[in-house]
Design a protein around this ligand. Sequence first.
Ligand code: XLS
Ligand code: NI
Ligand code: NI
Length: 439
Amino acid sequence: MTASYFADIPKVEFKGPDSEDPFSYRYYDRSQIVLGKTMEEHLRFAVCYWHTFCWDGFDVFGAGTFNRPWHAGDLDQAAAERKLDEAFAFFTRLGVPYFCFHDVDVMAAAETPADHVRHLSAIVDKIADKMAETGVNLLWGTANVFSHPRYMAGGATNPDPDVAAFAALQVAHAMEATHKLNGENYVLWGGREGYDCLLNTDMRRELDQLGRFLTMVVEHKHKIGFEGTILIEPKPHEPTKHQYDTDVATVYGFLKRYGLENEVRVNIEANHATLAGHSFEHEIALASDLGIFGSVDMNRGDPQNGWDTDQFPNDLREITLALYYILKSGGFTTGGFNFDAKVRRQSIDAEDLFHGHIGAIDLTARAFLNAAAMLEDNVISQFVEDRYAGWKTGIGAQMLGRDASLADVAAYAVDQNIQPALKSGRQEWLENYLTRHVK
Ligand code: XLS
Ligand code: NI
Ligand code: NI
């Protein structure tokens, strides 16, 4: 085998906050115990295959800039294996416990259904060998049912059921591959499940198609004995003008409508949250309140750009808040932090891939330590607890316990001649508290 593209990069180790070595971790000490578990167990970092090993740097105005050796020539089995070797060389040097992939990211290109099945299964065996050799595990697998031209009008929501059948083939096999590789979750991101123009779209029909498709996916999971979690990844737009899986609240409504709220959770992506007009922590907190929090795609947008720029995160305050709500909800079970992020098109070197991931891993670890401290001193929870204490007794408890009707409550207000006292929400004090913990 030729020398790895990453041969010159050392294995990235923890060297502490004062380290001057750009290829070291300053905060991510994988074996450090915090709140009863190691950092590695809490944070469950994953590298995504698509941005890091498949994207060649192309954008709508120009061709790829990266010149990675495994992109040369046709994407046949040999090229897929070369890419696989390099991917695992990267994972092990970086020292992450997990990776994530789409079917077409890892396999030789295929046009027919039969080739698709054959090429995917040929590479799955090789992936299994690599995983056994390195100890790197699969956080989640997924199917790409949005890039091929056949999916221009969607996969499951396509007006042509044969396209939905192709999507079914890909999803069934991607889930079986995930199961075979002991993946901990299976993800469905909406892709092109949405519309560009309402004039040519039967929205009611498309939603029913999507509901039926997801039900079949859940049935297949049980049929093959896959015990991982099925996750939907919400996004409001891009590629379509209106994506059906807009945000956490919309996905929850969709799951309820099709009776799947106990079967499916969400994979929350930071940049998708902000595109939907929400904060990252809002989406996390809402998912956990609704009981559907699953996993996270870590990245960020650009405050001046309105699309999914998929940049590596670098805002410590934002990520501290996200970590706080994740920890508050009990942390990950099968989920983790997948870096669905890409280096910029001018960051063309092997080392740039490391700088992107190292910075993001360290930022997340640092935010985690901040959040753990906030959780332990309990100031925010206690404040919120006290703020709602009135609902635990008296008329509050009667309302919640269904012991009082609207008329009863109205009568109580008159009888007691209630005069609610105004009480400060203390937002600035709480924000100052947060600022003190962002360090
Ligand atoms: C696109 C999504 C995608 C999913 C996996 O915006 O983030 O990368 O994570 O299909
Ligand atoms: Ni994503
Ligand atoms: Ni995205």
